[in-house]
Design a protein around this ligand. Structure first.
Ligand code: GLC
Ligand code: GLC
Length: 636
């Protein structure tokens, strides 16, 4: 057996010789130089990740050579302005931890018609304060149901309904010029069944033979189905779909989304090429879709397997070599212990924070902050080179992914509590202000998730006067707890549920469309009128964005819990003790008081940054329903 060090040396030599022999390596001597420097620095990491996955194969060295050729080609094609950005980002690796960072997400067609329309919205994005814009999937996908574009038929073509590749590149440059980073998805767990690899695989093209998990009969699917979770039980039972020719294919999500087989190194190389092409469009954050599912092993749940991490870290090492300005954002909507495993400087530098998201809604329903306070104290702080993406709503459902082990410590039983939350949010609980819709209600397991816009889940729809304050409260935590806040565009003007998806056969079976409304111009038109609902929400959010961006204590992700002495009031400190801002947030629809005793270590008076008014602390603090205070305790 060769040692890893020896193997590294061999592989490196092999690859270097192969690449150096290529004519264009000479022609692009300058490109080669920068590439070689980064290759030198990151190749050992790349190899250490790839060796356990594919190192036992006889063709391992050939695989490495073709992978690195792919990487070099991508680097060579990388536009000069992006190569300059690479250098800039490498010098300042924590740039995205700034308190000035603010994310937004939208569908191109629903928000602005097409890519050119998105470009016309740049002044609005700047007005809102965005520095990060996630455009929902925009590549070629099947007509009809494409899971909102999450079934990709080509990673090299923009969906013609949205525009062209040139439009996308122009938009990326225009955004970057205004200080807004483009965020795109890397949908790498699966392709659509119309992707050339999929059609080639089914037709028996040897090049694509093992690109997917195809089975001649039910033997293996039945064996796997013993242990895998059903993600979209409404669409098909188990994890597999049958082809017209009788064979079965692995489809974790919809039957037209075919899982890629990463145990085949050719899949890794092919997807690496697509990933780097997406990077070269000007993508600064790559949303790593459905990370949990990319590796399968019989007899396991086929989620969060160690190899899934290895695959992502290998992609990450390649990015450090060929497109280092780009960072990864993990989308793992799983148990909190598993969510954090994707987050590290070497894997995903950012991650959705599904626990905070779910517990915000939990606290709103229960008027108790217990679980959220516990999560902030025990599960929030990350490696300082990484950060959370804190969000209130996404295009997906709300799943109650808190840990049962955490909940039971507070006397909360997971299963019945989730059932309560589901009833509350679909308005099957007396006195609920929410108007949500069930998603993937699974009577076999009792599992169910929730669809609905922030506005509809907080009571905007039925004219509840407290609803705008609820939306602002939820966003206040996303904005102040540390990490990158992300606004689902439409939320900032209180856009309600849109039931028109029910008339579209391609969407009717998927209730998530209820909370993916098209941009409602009339709501945006009211955003500056503070007596209107859109105006109240917009004004509240804008105020917080301004205050946050002006105060460096909100940078980075670190927080310290603060027990506010009232079950409805969330508390935490941002910044160094003694130089901190104390955040208090009342999750109740009634006024609440925090007792004097909890403030004994705080200054006698602090200015609330949001209202600009001083607050005396030593006699206790009273908060109006849903009131949020950002108390500046920094020594003057
Ligand atoms: C991610 C997306 C979701 C999609 C799924 C399959 O979870 O957020 O919308 O259905 O992946 O790609
Ligand atoms: C499941 C998956 C998640 C996906 C979601 C879509 O929760 O774990 O990846 O976003 O389904 O509904």
């Amino acid at each position: 057996m060769l040692t890893i060090a020896h193997q590294t040396q061999l592989a490196h030599q092999h690859v270097k010789t192969q690449l150096a022999a290529r004519p264009e390596a000479k022609a692009a001597r300058k490109a080669w130089k920068a590439f070689a420097t980064r290759l030198e620095a990151h190749f050992p990491t790349l190899l250490a990740e790839l060796a356990p996955l594919y190192g036992a194969r006889a063709d391992f060295l050939d695989f490495l050579a073709s992978l690195l050729a792919t990487a070099f080609d991508a680097w060579n094609a990388r536009p000069a302005d992006l190569q300059a950005l690479d250098v800039q980002r490498e010098k300042d690796p924590r740039w995205f931890q700034s308190q000035k960072m603010l994310g937004g997400v939208c569908y191109v067609d629903l928000f602005a018609g097409n890519l050119k329309g998105v470009q016309k919205q740049i002044p609005y994005f700047k007005e809102l304060g965005l520095t990060y814009l996630h455009l929902m999937p925009l590549f070629k996908c099947p007509a009809g149901n494409s899971d909102g574009g999450y079934a990709v038929s080509s990673y090299r073509e923009v969906n013609p309904a949205l525009g062209s590749m040139a439009d996308l590149q122009e938009l990326a440059a225009a955004l970057r010029a205004e200080g807004i980073s483009l965020v795109l998805d890397f949908i790498f767990n699966h392709t659509s069944d119309e992707h050339a690899w999929a059609t080639g695989c089914v037709a028996g093209d040897p090049q694509y033979a093992d690109f997917y998990y195809l089975f001649p009969d039910r033997t293996l699917p039945d064996a796997y189905d013993q242990t895998v979770r059903e993600i979209f039980p409404d669409q098909h039972p188990g994890a597999f779909s049958q082809l017209p020719d009788g064979r079965w294919v692995w489809t974790t999500f919809n039957s037209f989304q075919w899982d890629l087989n990463y145990s085949n190194p050719a899949v890794f190389t092919a997807m690496a090429g697509e990933m780097l092409a997406i990077a070269n469009l000007g993508t600064e954050f790559l949303r790593m879709d459905a990370v949990a599912f990319v590796w399968k092993r019989l007899g396991t749940v086929c989620e969060n397997l160690p190899e899934a991490h290895t695959v992502i870290r290998a992609f990450s090492a390649l990015v450090r070599i060929a497109a280092p300005a780009m960072l990864f954002k993990s989308e793992a909507i799983v148990h909190p212990d598993d969510v954090v495993k994707y987050i590290s400087p070497q894997e995903c530098q950012l991650s959705y924070n599904p626990l905070q998201m779910a517990l915000l809604w939990n606290s709103l329903a229960t008027r108790e902050v217990n679980l959220l306070q516990q999560a902030l104290e025990q599960r929030h702080n990350l490696d300082p080179d990484t950060c959370w993406v804190n969000y209130v709503r996404s295009h997906d459902d709300i799943g109650w992914t808190f840990a049962d082990e955490d909940a039971i410590q507070l006397g909360i039983h997971g299963f019945p509590h989730r059932q309560f939350l589901n009833r509350f949010y679909v308005n099957r609980f007396d006195g609920s202000f929410a108007r949500g819709v069930p998603f993937q209600d699974n009577p076999a397991t009792g599992d169910c998730r929730i669809s609905g816009t922030s506005a509809s889940l907080t009571g905007v729809e039925q004219g509840d006067p407290l609803a705008p304050a609820r939306v602002v409260l939820l966003y206040s935590v996303a904005l102040s707890s540390g990490g990158m806040p992300l606004i689902y565009l439409g939320d900032e003007v209180g856009t309600p549920n849109d039931n028109r998806y029910l008339n579209d056969p391609a969407k009717a079976g998927d209730s998530r469309w209820v909370h993916r409304p098209a941009r409602v111009a009339s709501l945006y038109a009211q955003r500056k009128k503070t007596h209107t609902v859109p105006g109240q929400i917009f004004h509240g959010l804008r105020r917080m964005v301004e205050v946050r961006s002006a105060n460096a204590v909100f940078a980075g992700g670190h927080l310290t819990g603060f027990r506010a002495g009232n079950p409805s009031v969330l508390g935490y400190l941002r910044g160094m003790p003694g130089q901190h801002v104390l955040v208090l947030a009342n999750f109740s629809d009634l006024p609440q008081t925090c007792p004097a005793v909890v403030f004994s270590a705080q200054p006698a008076e602090a200015v609330d940054l949001l209202s600009g008014k001083p607050r005396a602390l030593h006699d206790g603090v009273a908060l109006a329903p849903y009131e949020v205070l950002w108390l500046d305790c920094r020594a003057a």
